[in-house]
Design a protein around this ligand. Structure first.
Ligand code: TRP
Length: 470
């Protein structure tokens, strides 16, 4: 039996979990969703969901993982043998594979933007319509995606401590500093105030069930929640550690980065295009690939093209690293499943899973304009036609994660039972017993599965059938 490994310390776990959480979901997803869903009101709902719904699920996942020291499937097998619960873990492992298959496409774009800005391409990338050309050039994007997958496999093979922790520890702080510098610059540009108002002043008339659905899915995705990534990472946590405070810090940090990224990107849309208003916000997955190059290009008159290109490529490089600390956690889930449940060696498991995911990713890659078949892949009963990447994201990001959260909380409430959950959280944090945190978690525990089930059903009705209950 090979040793499963353990984080070097409590901080080691926090860093790795924060690295998993902070990624394209924060820097790309959050601003895109905020723009699409009306600005400030979305931000408020997002933060409330993170605190009230997601934080409890974070603690549940870590507790299940640490209790059982297993991957998601093995964890449910250990706690509920001879039941259907391991299927919840199976759904998670499968969702991890599918999410990673489209995530590497986007992460590949970021790598591509880094390389192309570093080699003089900034001016071209900042012209209108260029992003579509870029996404359609399959030869290049294929190579970028392969680069991301290889880097991810390499780190996962390196194991828990050596690979994952070390990479994250250095890169995250640099990214943060760079974002703040860019925000400071952007705020000096004309129209930034309009962007800030759109971002920070909530217009609650924009709230709809659709906005609530998106905010919840986005919060789950951003926190790497609902498919067992934290069960897996939790399985490497020491019994001496306080998981309640670790989970809280991770949630706080992830939200902070998302808010910061939004603060950079949302107002920059207003500064780069004077005609933008709250009503005609450009939206869609291309957002950061369209507006960030424009913003860097706007530095040229003051600092010169060379320096502007340098900053742009450096920024995309950091985002690329943030993405890789997330792809690691996505590959770690199916890998740990293959190691624990199938007895495959770690290196081989990572390679096989990585290869499979890469293969699936090719369809998402082709669906961004290169192949007509995959670009107009399917029409929902609602009449909306989507590409293959969007289909996979709709199923495994928008729908499966809230469902996973629903099932995980149902498991804790009705099968594992709150005494066991409390006892596990109290390991390494004896004061938890009888504290207001325990009371709060126990109170929400029994409502959470129903809230999440309700939102899941709503998401399905709205996404695929265009039925709005409210
Ligand atoms: N949270 C990451 C991001 O924001 C993506 C991610 C990594 C993820 N691991 C996950 C999403 C597990 C869902 C489940 O980019």
């Amino acid at each position: 039996m090979q040793s499963r490994g353990e984080w070097s310390s409590r901080v080691g776990f926090i860093i790795a979990a924060a690295g998993s959480a902070v990624g394209l979901g924060n820097i790309w997803g959050f601003p895109v969703q905020t723009a699409q869903n009306g600005g400030g009101a979305f931000v408020v709902v997002y933060l409330i969901f993170t605190l009230v719904i997601c934080l409890p699920v974070i603690l549940m996942e870590i507790a299940i993982g640490r209790r059982t020291q297993r991957n998601p499937v093995g964890a449910f097998k250990a706690l509920a043998p001879a039941s259907a619960w391991p299927l919840v873990g199976g759904l998670g492992v499968f969702a991890g594979v599918m999410i990673l298959s489209f995530y590497i496409v986007l992460a590949g774009y970021v790598l591509g933007f880094f390389l192309e800005c570093a080699t003089g391409g900034l001016e071209r990338l900042s012209t209108d319509g260029e992003f579509a050309v870029f996404a359609g050039s399959v030869g290049k994007t294929f190579a970028y995606m392969a680069g991301i997958m290889l880097a991810t496999i390499g780190i996962v093979v390196g194991g828990v401590k050596g690979g994952i922790e070390r990479a994250t520890r250095i890169l995250m702080p640099v990214l943060l500093v760079m974002m703040f510098a860019m925000i400071a610059y952007m705020l000096t540009l004309p129209n930034a105030g309009k962007g800030l108002a759109f971002y920070f002043v909530p217009d609650f008339s924009k709230l709809s069930m659709g906005v609530l659905n998106s905010a919840l899915s986005q919060a789950f995705f951003s926190l790497s929640l609902g498919m067992g990534a934290l069960i897996t990472y939790g399985s490497y946590v020491s019994r001496k550690d306080n998981i309640a405070s670790s989970g809280f810090i991770v949630a706080l940090f992830d939200s902070f980065i998302a808010i910061t990224a939004g603060l950079l990107i949302i107002p920059s849309i207003f500064t780069m295009d004077p005609n933008v208003t709250a009503e005609n916000m450009p939206a869609g997955p291309g957002l950061i690939f369209v507006f960030l190059p424009k913003m860097f290009m706007s530095l040229t008159p003051s600092i010169g093209y060379f320096a502007a290109s340098f900053l742009a490529s450096f920024f995309f490089l950091l985002v690329c690293f943030a993405a890789i600390t997330s792809t690691i956690s996505l590959l770690e889930v199916p890998t740990s499943w293959a190691v624990d449940e199938r007895g495959i060696r770690r290196g081989r498991a990572a390679l096989a899973m990585g290869g499979l995911i890469f293969f699936l990713g090719i369809f998402s890659l082709l669906s961004q304009g290169a192949s007509d078949f995959f670009t107009r892949f399917i029409t929902y009963p609602s009449g909306q036609t989507v590409d293959f990447l969007t289909l996979v994201a709709d199923i495994f990001f928008e729908s499966a994660l809230p469902l996973g959260g629903c099932l995980i909380s149902a498991f804790c409430a009705f099968r594992w039972k709150r005494e066991n959950l409390s006892a596990e959280i109290a390991q390494g944090y004896p004061k938890y017993m009888g504290s207001w945190q325990e009371k709060a978690l126990n109170a929400i525990l029994y409502v959470l599965p129903f809230i999440l089930f309700f939102i899941f059903i709503n998401t399905v009705l709205e996404k695929y059938f265009a039925v709005e209950i409210f």
